[in-house]
Design a protein. Structure first.
Length: 139
């Protein structure tokens, strides 16, 4: 019996890593504004298989993980980021907004307009950081 307990524990740990990697794959695909069928076509698998990878139902081989990383424009290590610190990975709640932003940004016709959008977002983020800093010093 003790052998089964240890095996089950290793399997649970492996499952956590598999689920984490699966969530990171989905997060990256959504962030890029890519559909699941598009990703499946890039890595030459069926839509259903891509779905199984994203929910952690099927384990991903090293070769397939390399293909996924290339298709999603990241290093293989991207999928494992945070796996040691977190028991379960949860995508950020603003992920759909990021995906919409990325899709719309890609549709902006000129480089000058894209640069203007980046500068606007940078100004908003800087202003937010300054507001947060002032609030902290006031407390």
């Amino acid at each position: 019996m003790p052998d089964n307990v240890g095996q089950r524990r290793r399997q649970d740990q492996r499952s956590k890593v598999d689920r984490h990697v699966a969530a990171r794959i989905r997060e990256r695909r959504v962030m890029l504004g890519m559909s699941r069928p598009q990703l499946a076509a890039l890595i030459k698998v069926t839509y259903q298989q891509a779905h199984k990878y994203e929910v952690g139902a099927n384990r991903i081989s090293a070769g397939r993980l390399f293909q996924l990383a290339a298709a999603l424009g990241v290093d293989v290590g991207y999928f494992f980021a945070g796996v040691a610190n977190a028991s379960t990975f949860t995508p950020p709640p603003h992920l759909p907004l990021l995906a919409a932003l990325a899709r719309n940004f890609a549709r902006i016709p000129t480089a000058r307009q894209r640069e203007a959008v980046c500068e606007f977002v940078r100004m908003l983020a800087t202003a937010r950081a300054a507001d947060d800093k002032q609030t902290q010093t006031a407390e």
